[in-house]
Design a protein around this ligand. Structure first.
Ligand SMILES: Cc1ncc(COP(=O)(O)O)c(C=O)c1O
Length: 403
């Protein structure tokens, strides 16, 4: 540590890092080239950009290859992917759907809007993810499905959860939005349950422009149902289907079709997803090792399986500090480190949601973990420099606030 680090940046001293953390550039040269190729094609093709065009087909085919088989349909948003997947499960009216308490509002709202009862499962102690025990604790004879969220890029113990759920007659929808490509026991998440949803909006590791999503299934029947749920009940797979004849539509559903040019961008993003995951994982592993050796206070969350890191929860041992966790995290931000000091994606914190939840819903494990951690941001352009700066900033702030 150098002398000019004695004063914290939050108190007016010079920051550890004065340049911004590297931006991600998810829309890079490859995405631009794929988009231009698609635009050029449609400029010359007599046909205008359709639903399920060549870009969407290529994106879905590539996703299926990435997953090691199955069926995929690209849709307009990540929320739409969950909504469509949930509708495709065809659950009994008014039944209970278990959802992890740490999640985006899209999955919760999909349950509510479709008239099901959201039942919120707590996370495992010291984690933002549910385990088998937390799922089992919420099962009743009214439970018809679980939305299993692979939060932060970590794979759930999804094989055990799915086996237990199926033994109880409960269907499983995997939400892979924060963990595309993460593996559990050598298989990609999304391939274990009955159906999977993945957001590909611009902040996700796999992105298809500003907005997008993918519904994935290993069964062709489930895929067909998802296709119909994504576009007004149309039996798109039938050879005698006529796009100009809504009389053959199967049931009421909305239109969640993906945009063809988004899919061109998504295709390029998907082709580098393995590299994206590897670079993020390298930073995660490096940080875990360094903090283990160099920090008394901060500990990187131990991801299970092979993660696809979305953000990195860092546990703060507040007993060893003279300040609060938020003050500590805000001091790190002032030192030039990008992070979220206090994660707000806990369902029980959302006033609008409370009337829809069973009375007394509580997620004490999730709240405790959130209250003692911050989420470090990461992207595939983080390297050695960012690793050193992050560790240096933590050392500096820790030295100042150490009890
Ligand atoms: C776990 C999870 N599910 C669903 C969504 C919804 O996706 P979108 O924002 O693309 O609608 C998100 C994030 O945005 C998410 O993190």
């Amino acid at each position: 540590m150098t002398d000019n680090w004695t004063e914290l940046a939050v108190n007016g001293g010079p920051p550890v890092r004065s340049m911004p953390m590297p931006s991600r550039k998810a829309f890079g040269k490859d995405e631009m080239a794929s988009l231009m190729e698609a635009a050029q094609h449609y400029l010359e093709d007599p046909m205008d950009l359709p639903y399920h065009g060549r870009c969407e087909t290529a994106f879905c085919d590539e996703f299926v290859r990435f997953m090691g088989g199955g069926y995929a349909d690209a849709v307009a948003t990540g929320t739409a992917s969950v909504y469509v997947a949930l509708q495709a499960l065809d659950l009994p009216k008014g039944s209970e759907v278990i959802l992890s308490g740490v999640v985006d509002s899209g999955p919760l709202n999909s349950i509510i809007v479709q008239g099901y009862v959201p039942v919120i499962a707590d996370t495992a102690p010291g984690s933002y993810n549910i385990g088998l025990e937390q799922f089992q604790a919420k099962c009743t004879d009214r439970t018809s499905a679980l939305i299993a969220v692979h939060c932060a890029g970590e794979a759930l113990e999804i094989d055990e959860i799915v086996a237990d759920a199926h033994a109880r007659g409960i269907k499983v929808l995997e939400d892979c939005s924060q963990a595309p490509g993460a593996m559990w026991k050598g298989r990609r998440v999304g391939s274990f349950g009955d159906i999977a949803a993945t957001s590909t909006m611009y902040r996700k590791s796999l992105m298809s422009g500003s907005s997008g999503g993918i519904v994935y299934a290993t069964s062709e029947d489930m895929h067909h149902r998802a296709l119909a749920c994504a576009d007004r009940g149309k039996p798109l797979w039938r050879t005698d289907y006529d796009i100009r004849d809504p009389r053959t539509n199967l049931f009421p559903a909305l239109n969640w079709n993906a945009d063809e040019l988004s899919c061109a961008v998504g295709l390029a993003s998907l082709r580098r997803l393995d590299d994206t995951i590897a670079r993020r994982s390298k930073f995660l592993d490096g940080l875990s090792e360094r903090l283990k050796a160099e920090s008394r206070v901060c500990k990187v969350y131990a991801f299970r399986g092979s993660p696809s890191p979305f953000f990195i929860p860092v546990h703060v041992d507040v007993e060893k500090l003279t300040c609060s966790k938020v003050t500590f995290a805000e001091a790190l931000i002032a030192e030039g480190i990008d992070l979220n000091p206090h994660y707000a994606f806990l369902v029980t914190d959302w006033a609008y949601a409370i009337p829809y939840l069973p009375e007394g819903t509580a997620i004490p494990n999730a709240v405790a973990f959130r209250d003692e951690s911050f989420n470090l941001f990461v992207n595939e352009n983080y390297g050695e420099r960012e690793l050193n700066d992050t560790v240096d900033a933590i050392s500096k702030v820790e030295a100042h606030f150490g009890a």
